[in-house]
Ligand binder design. Structure first.
Ligand code: ADP
Length: 207
């Protein structure tokens, strides 16, 4: 309601009051839009673990496909190139795993500055778990932030530089942990990052 009415005010009264009024309405529209994104992201965060689906055998190729179709517009806009190795069948919650891939690939596209994003998704078997990786050629992350970025609301950049709410990686961590796995990053500032997450082959659900 706040967002729609602020937009209505903008469309109907733009240029009809004075410059201050136009500015104030623009601030209200931007603020309402940010609030909407924040609420959507917070809801997604709170749902992981409470509203999950049953674990089933899922093709990670299909799960990745779903994530990429949600990202179609940004991937095309940025001319991002996403490649992948053949991915395994795993036990899990397909919606949450799609969300995990979507957040990692969305970040890989976003934190790339002016380069064409090149992203590679792969997986390997290590003992009784699958290790998935999402590699990018983006801005990279300094080692002192490797842990912090997975905490909710922790961001390394201002909203003007890169938009976002700081919730995406916290969701990824919750999803990986709910599947009995973990998530981490390796990176070199300036030359890209690789995010890894594990999914055990045996079914194991964290409450
Ligand atoms: P958001 O993307 O909304 O800022 P995230 O929780 O997804 O929130 O990420 C937290 C922070 O981690 C980001 O603000 C960014 O500083 C850093 N980050 C995440 N992914 C990448 C990446 N692929 N390359 C560089 N930095 C990243």
């Amino acid at each position: 309601m706040v967002s729609s009415f602020a937009r209505l005010l903008k469309n109907r009264y733009k240029g009809k009051l004075d410059q201050d009024a136009d500015d104030f309405i623009n601030f209200a529209v931007d603020g309402a839009n940010r609030m909407q994104v924040l609420i959507t992201d917070l809801l997604a965060y709170s749902r992981v673990g409470r509203w999950g689906n049953e674990f089933k055998e899922e093709s990670s190729d299909a799960v990745l496909e779903r994530a990429l179709s949600n990202l179609k517009v940004v991937v095309e806009q940025r001319g991002a190139v996403v490649t992948r190795d053949p991915l395994p069948v795993m036990m899990g919650d397909d919606s949450q795993l799609a969300q995990l891939f979507q957040n990692l690939i969305g970040n890989a596209v976003k934190f790339c500055k002016d380069r064409t994003p090149h992203i590679h998704v792969s997986s390997e078997r290590r003992g009784n778990k699958w290790v998935f990786s999402v590699r990018d050629n983006g801005i990279g992350i300094a080692p002192e932030y490797f842990e912090r970025i997975f905490l909710i609301f922790q961001r390394l950049h201002g909203k003007q530089e890169y938009p976002g709410t700081g919730i995406g990686l916290a969701i990824c961590r919750k999803v990986a942990e709910r599947h009995g796995g973990r998530i981490w990053v390796e990176s070199e500032p300036g030359s890209g990052s690789t995010f890894y997450f594990t999914i055990p082959m045996e079914r194991e659900i964290k409450p």
